[in-house]
Design a protein around this ligand. Structure first.
Ligand code: ADP
Length: 265
């Protein structure tokens, strides 16, 4: 089974220590949710993992291969990123947009090969966007656009899928649709999927495990039940919550009760 191992990553922007000694392992077929309040380092962590940012300390290993030894192109063949607010302003067609995911496999002069088109078609099919292929991406709904961006990431044929707040702009129907899709792809393809979320209820429902960040450090790591305790949430989010299980579905539910004044202990 494939493994993504993050060992002792620290990252500093000029004056801000955004990540401090972050260590964890995620395995193929698993969705690991990264949670934590605003500014706790979630986006920075994803960017360090795919080397958009270079951590000052620590390593990222995919099956024992250190990603620092990989070229940009090789990294893009291993990891697909679905960024937050993937602002699409140019009216590419859906097909063109997803074909861009094949870029890391292209030769300098070559156009797309039949194999590229085959993989793109498969990505469109998996994300239920095949019928949109000739539509300009700018004319799609938020949920449709998000499915197209996921299709583009899949066209990279990644082993690791990184999603930054994949559901933040979607209505509840499309939130479930996207997360069901991500779950199915993760299981079927044995992907390592990391996703960041502000929505503790969705994270609890769809993630196999959760990593809770507090000011750039790992505060808790485990199953949703282990991580989403009132004590952890109180400390990290400064909110009193009640955590229950839904009577018939057993789904974990986090109900915020009140915010806590004052600083963290
Ligand atoms: P999150 O995704 O959890 O909201 P971020 O990773 O965006 O957290 O930010 C972590 C910390 O790094 C915050 O204190 C934030 O202000 C800071 N930060 C993020 N991006 C930059 C940047 N480009 N330059 C300087 N500081 C940044």
């Amino acid at each position: 089974m494939m493994q993504l191992r993050i060992k002792g990553i620290s990252f500093r922007y000029d004056s801000i220590q955004a990540l401090e000694d972050v260590t964890f392992t995620a395995v193929g077929g698993e969705i690991l949710g990264i949670i934590g309040p605003n500014g706790s380092g979630k986006t920075t962590l994803l960017r360090c993992i795919n080397r958009t940012l270079e951590p000052q300390v620590g390593v990222v290993l995919i099956d024992d291969r250190d990603v620092t030894h990989l070229s940009r192109r090789e990294i893009a063949q291993q990891m697909g990123l679905v960024p937050q607010d993937a602002a699409i302003t140019f009216p590419f067609t859906v097909l063109e947009a997803v074909l861009m995911g094949r870029h890391p496999y292209r030769s300098i002069l070559g156009g797309e090969t039949p194999r590229d088109l085959e993989i793109v078609n498969e990505a469109l099919r998996l994300t239920n966007t095949l019928h949109l292929a000739s539509r300009p991406i700018t004319g799609l709904s938020g949920g449709e656009q998000q499915r197209v961006i996921i299709a583009r990431a899949l066209a990279q044929e990644p082993d690791v899928l990184l999603l930054d707040e994949p559901t933040s702009h979607l209505d509840i129907n499309h939130q479930l649709e996207i997360l069901e899709l991500v779950r199915r792809l993760t299981k079927e393809r044995g992907l390592v999927t990391l996703l960041t979320s502000h929505d503790l209820n969705l994270a609890a429902r769809y993630c196999d495990r959760l990593l809770m960040l507090e000011r750039g450090r790992v505060y808790a790591l485990g199953t949703p039940e282990e991580v989403l305790t009132p004590a952890n949430i109180r400390q990290v989010y400064r909110v009193e919550v009640e955590v229950t299980r839904h009577r018939s579905t057993g789904i974990l539910q986090v109900l915020p009760l009140s915010s806590i004044e004052g600083d963290r202990v």
